[in-house]
Design a protein around this ligand. Structure first.
Ligand SMILES: [Zn+2]
Length: 84
């Protein structure tokens, strides 16, 4: 479950749910064109739009100083400063 601790976002695996664009039951992220929960395949259809949605959601307000991406809940895989 993705969580925020202080000004750090820890992105972790999410339970599967229905993709708001294609209806697939899969792990989804809120990076649709209007913040919809979308599956990986939909996110890859327009990589640039997904990247913009990700940045809009996580980077624009400068609230988060660090983003940690984890493939296993509770185990950070890599970190990336939000300042880059
Ligand atoms: Zn989808």
């Amino acid at each position: 479950m993705t969580k925020v601790i202080g000004n750090t976002v820890i992105i972790e695996p999410e339970p599967e749910q229905t993709c708001e664009l294609c209806g697939a039951f899969a792990e989804c992220r809120p990076y649709g064109p209007n913040g919809e929960q979308i599956c990986y395949e939909c996110g890859m259809k327009d990589l640039e739009a997904t990247k913009l949605a990700f940045e809009r959601r996580l980077l624009d307000d400068n609230r988060y100083r660090e983003i940690v991406i984890s493939v296993v809940a509770g185990v950070p895989l890599e970190t990336d400063d939000a300042d880059d």
